[in-house]
Every structure is written in structure tokens, then in C-alpha cells.
Ligand binder design. Structure first.
Ligand code: PLP
Length: 315
């Protein structure tokens, strides 16, 4: 197998991120709940995309890109962090975002305004239109450009979360690992990382969108495993998925809002309504269903999302 260290990577964050026990939550849920603070990755307001961008932007630089495009919804945390990383690296960044969600100067839109990022809104539901527009603008500008897919969720981006599991195994041992699944790269990376470095740890993806993650997750795992030249077979037992989308992607759910209040009111830690709140609601539901024993060690990946917290109606 090829070593993770053999891939080009640009340092953008502060790693390892801390892990600590949530004593009050653990007492309430009757198990041992820990939190991996990827909301503190040190770029922008923190978040999971920092790890992916370390691999993706190293690839962009290596290929001589001067311009980076990416996409997402109007309040995409990934888009904001891509802009932040490009700002730091002196790369021009253009965000072509779906004109869906809060487009006013709030949340991540405010942060992009503060960075002076060029943002274009496209009135489309199809990312294919947006990738075409990237090619049109890139060709017109006549500079070498690099396209990062929505969420940074390709095989190379997923390596960031394979690396995260390697980091976790150097910090402690856990029976369960829980994350939000939005475009799939984080979950695929974690599930592959667990298969390679911590096979005893079960990995759960809390789906916050309605895409076919039962297809996307193993496919991304396979592609990332190929990059690593890992001779392994990906099977459905390598990952556990749970639907936590509620009324729809980027629409707050009752369970998600309750989970946000529970963590804020118990531990003084803030989740967001689009991703981490719904994911933590999944953890709470599983605890209530008896999935975790009293001696089990459950790790929740806090994947960030602070920017969006100030742009979404939680009522
Ligand atoms: C805060 C936050 N958590 C989790 C996710 C989900 O990660 P992925 O897109 O890799 O599934 C995202 C994705 O945008 C995010 O912004």
C-alpha cells in the first residue's frame, strides 16, 4: 500500500485536533461520548474541509493552477473554506454557487465578502451546469485553473479523512465514530481509514441530504483505496448509514435543533443546523435505542459549520 505521507499536501490547518470527553452528555446518554474537534482546524472558522483542501490544493499547485473554482449551496462551508485557503495561498478563487438558500450577506456569505471572494450565483439545480460554467470562465480568463467538486468530495479529498483516522488512532481508542454525511467524502475517508487503521471501530454516516449514499460511500471508498494502492475489498459492512435529513437538505429539523440545544446547554459547544446538529441528533437517537453499551467509547466528529449557524432559520 502507498503511504499517505507520499501524497503532496499543503499545510492549512492545526493538527492534531483535540479529542475530549463530553462528561455531561455522557452522563445523560449513559455511555462515554467524546468529541473530535475538527471545528477547530484553524482555517477560517474551522471545519472538515480543511483536511480535504490540504490534499486538493497541493494537487492544484502541482498542476500549476492560478485559479481555483469550487461550488456548493449559497451557504456552503466548503466554498467558504476553499476561499479562505486560496486567500492564504495567494490563489485566485471563484465560487460558483447554486442560488439556493440564504444569498444575503449573512453567515458564510458575510465571510466571503470579508475575504473579497468573487461569488457568482447560478439559478440551477444541476451541478453539471456549474462545472460547464467553470470551464467557460476559466477558458475565457486564459489562466490554468483547477476545479474542486462540491464538498471537495473526490477520492483525493477523501484522503484527508483517511488521515484523520490515522490521527485518531494516535490519540486514543474508540468503538464507534459518528459523522455527518453531506457530499460523502468525509464519511468515505473515515470508513476507509477505519478499515485500514482501526478495524475494530464502527463508522456511522448520518445522512443530511437525500443523495444515494449507499452507492456514493462505497464508490468513493474504492476510489480512495485505489489511490492508496490498497488491495482491499469494500463491502457494505464497512460503513453504517442513517437518514437524519428530516424535512430536507439545509432545512432545520426538530431533532437537529434539539441536539444543538442539548450540546450547547450541556457542554457550551455549538453545532450547526445543516450538518452537525442533525448528525449529533443521530448519535442521541442511537444512544436511546441502546446501540452503545455503558462502557463503549463513542467519538463524535464535530465537522464545523459555524459560518452557517448565523444564516439559517432555526425556528
Ligand atoms: C460542517 C460540515 N459538516 C459535515 C459536512 C459533510 O461532509 P461531506 O460533504 O464530506 O459529506 C459538511 C459538508 O459540506 C460540512 O460543511
Amino acid at each position: 500500500m502507498r503511504s499517505l505521507d507520499s501524497f503532496d499536501r499543503i499545510s492549512l490547518g492545526v493538527f492534531p485536533t483535540p479529542i475530549h470527553r463530553l462528561d455531561n452528555i455522557s452522563a445523560k446518554l449513559g455511555t462515554n461520548v467524546f468529541i473530535k474537534r475538527d471545528d477547530l482546524t484553524g482555517l477560517g472558522l474551522g471545519g472538515n474541509k480543511t483536511r480535504k483542501l490540504e490534499f486538493l490544493l497541493a494537487d492544484a499547485k502541482k498542476k500549476g493552477a492560478e485559479l481555483v473554482f469550487t461550488t456548493g449551496g449559497a451557504q456552503s462551508n466548503h466554498a467558504m473554506l476553499t476561499a479562505a485557503a486560496c486567500t492564504r495561498l495567494g490563489l485566485k478563487c471563484i465560487l460558483i454557487l447554486k442560488k439556493r438558500g440564504v444569498t444575503e450577506r449573512l453567515g458564510n456569505q458575510l465571510l466571503e465578502y470579508l475575504m473579497g471572494t468573487e461569488v457568482i450565483f447560478m439559478d440551477t439545480d444541476d451541478y453539471a451546469d456549474i462545472y460547464e460554467e467553470m470551464d467557460r470562465i476559466g477558458t475565457q480568463m486564459g489562466v490554468p485553473y483547477y476545479k474542486i467538486p462540491c464538498g471537495g468530495s473526490n477520492a483525493l479529498g477523501a484522503l484527508g479523512y483517511v488521515e484523520c483516522v490515522r490521527e485518531i488512532t494516535g490519540q486514543d481508542r474508540f468503538d464507534h465514530l459518528i459523522c455527518a454525511e453531506g457530499s460523502g467524502g468525509t464519511m468515505a475517508g473515515l470508513a476507509l481509514g477505519a478499515k485500514l487503521f482501526a478495524p475494530e471501530m464502527k463508522v456511522y454516516g448520518m445522512m443530511v441530504d437525500t443523495d444515494p449514499f449507499d452507492v456514493i460511500t462505497p464508490q468513493l471508498m474504492r476510489e480512495a483505496a485505489n489511490l492508496l494502492e490498497a488491495d482491499i475489498e469494500i463491502t457494505p459492512t464497512d460503513y453504517i448509514l442513517r437518514d437524519m435529513c428530516g424535512p430536507g437538505y439545509a432545512i432545520a429539523s426538530k431533532e437537529g435543533n434539539e441536539a444543538i440545544s442539548l450540546l450547547a446547554g450541556s457542554e457550551g459547544i455549538f453545532l450547526d443546523p445543516v450538518y452537525t446538529g442533525k448528525a449529533f441528533a443521530g448519535l442521541v437517537a442511537m444512544a436511546k435505542e441502546g446501540t452503545f453499551g455503558p462502557d463503549d467509547r463513542v467519538l463524535f466528529l464535530h465537522s464545523g459549520g459555524a459560518g452557517g449557524l448565523f444564516a439559517v432559520d432555526m425556528s
